[in-house]
Ligand binder design. Structure first.
Ligand SMILES: [Zn+2]
Length: 169
């Protein structure tokens, strides 16, 4: 029987994105420096720091004991345990017109000792016109709604009622 008593739990969590899309598709985080703003819960003591923390693909911190690396390693302020979270870059998937109004996993995080409990979309998203292909490279979803105008089709475009949920993968 393997002894698992001291092993820190390691899980993958999927961030599922949901929004209503108007005349746009391919909604995605742009670039490796895109900031995923999260609230993270310590799996040991249950502490959830108030402030938003972010992880990016450009940050990489080695894990102790040669266990690879993570996007962020942090010591829990309450119980002092060292937890980590890693963005699984090849799981990043755009949210397309046909996904409108349904939840779809946009990214997965590999977590050791913690779990993501909240997500705040901010700047750094991009999308393109569903029919026109017009690029929209600077989308901020902090207000949960974004709207613009596509000159090529003389129609308004938008991303509305952005919500999310986390699933265990
Ligand atoms: Zn803790």
């Amino acid at each position: 029987m393997p002894h698992l008593g001291n092993k820190m739990s390691r899980y993958k969590f999927g961030l599922q994105f949901k929004a209503t899309l108007e005349n746009v598709t391919d909604v995605r985080p742009l670039g490796d420096d895109f900031r995923w703003f999260l609230k993270l819960k310590c799996g040991n003591c249950g502490e959830i720091p108030d402030k938003w923390q972010y992880v990016t693909l450009v940050e990489s911190v080695p894990l102790k004991g040669g266990r690879g690396s993570a996007s962020m390693v942090q010591k829990c302020k309450l119980c002092s345990r060292e937890n980590s979270i890693d963005i699984l870059g090849d799981t990043i998937t755009p949210y397309n017109a046909e996904n409108s109004e349904t939840f779809k996993t946009m990214v997965q995080f590999e977590c050791r000792g913690l779990e993501p409990v909240d997500f705040q979309p901010q700047a750094g998203f991009a999308a393109e016109g569903a029919e026109s292909g017009t690029p929209f490279p600077e989308i901020n979803l902090l207000e949960k709604d974004w709207t613009d105008y596509d000159e090529k089709i003389s129609e308004s475009v938008g991303i509305y009622e952005v919500t999310h949920q986390f699933i265990k993968c």
